[in-house]
Design a binder for this molecule. Structure first.
Ligand code: NI
Length: 266
């Protein structure tokens, strides 16, 4: 069994007073300062008496006594005020390794540097950091199989087979995995990463009718599953030395597809 606990905090401000509103973050924001989320996932067996895998107050204490001060200090000493998320998270993992909670294992840590970007390290892949960043594009599509009549497509795909199409605001999460560079602390050149996704994916698909404007779908029904696989194919191998780890596409806030390439989950 696994349990995940999240703490929200500012990179400035003291931890010497008890939190008054940890929902909004503690140390609290009383100015414009970096605000982060840290998620810790533990694994183990729930206690037969308490039903707890681990008391979350003990998790909070560990994160607040060790992880948050560690990040605050690293940020205060970062050259040029820029703290690379990948190496910072790896360093936090190291700081927690000797302080694991009784009878449970720390499985992963996720550091959310913005609502649209986070870094993750897992016990199974130590030294490897996964960077996930979201992008968006708007496009129209029509779900249909080319060998079927309009009536048959309507029966199969319902209103999604409307002959003139319909639109979505797609959100794409791109995850890349790699080891932090010894010099920069990053797993990939971030500007180059963003430029590649912009040029290879967003410029190609944004404000297009996928069926008629994008050759990738000439013979492929543009379902969210196929869009996800197409985006994987467009990006795979583009981020050396980091590797494309996962592509997630949200067609709506309620529907998304994940693809890890042919090796996993396919
Ligand atoms: Ni649709």
């Amino acid at each position: 069994m696994r349990l995940t606990r999240e703490v929200r905090f500012c990179l400035s401000g003291g931890l010497d007073q008890p939190p008054l509103n940890s929902w909004a973050g503690w140390p609290a924001c009383d100015g414009i300062v970096p605000f982060l989320l840290l998620r810790a996932t533990i694994s183990g067996t729930a206690d037969a008496k308490t039903g707890f895998l681990c008391n979350i107050t003990a998790m909070d204490r560990l994160l607040r006594e060790v992880a948050i001060p560690h990040l605050q200090e690293a940020w205060a000493n970062a050259p040029g005020g820029c703290l690379p998320g990948a190496s910072a998270l790896l360093s936090v993992w190291g700081s927690l390794e000797d302080r694991t909670l009784a009878s449970v294992k720390l499985e992963s840590l996720e550091l959310h540097t913005t609502p649209f970007q986070h870094f993750c390290v897992s016990r199974g892949r130590l030294l490897v950091i996964v960077l996930t960043e979201s992008f968006e594009f708007s496009a129209s599509h029509r779900l249909c199989c080319s060998g079927l009549s309009d009536e048959e497509n309507l029966e199969l795909f319902g209103k999604c087979s409307n002959p003139n199409g319909h639109g979505h605001n797609y959100v794409v999460e791109i995850s890349v995995a790699g080891k932090p560079d010894g010099q920069s602390g990053a797993i990939t050149d971030h500007r180059e990463f963003q430029r590649t996704v912009q040029e290879q994916v967003i410029d190609r698909l944004d404000h297009k009718h996928l069926n008629t404007d994008c050759s990738e779908f000439d013979h492929l029904n543009p379902t969210v599953e196929n869009i996800t696989r197409v985006i994987w194919a467009l990006l795979d191998g583009c981020f050396g030395p980091a590797k494309l780890h996962r592509v997630r596409v949200y067609e709506t806030p309620k529907t998304y597809a994940d693809y890890w390439g042919d090796s996993v989950g396919s």
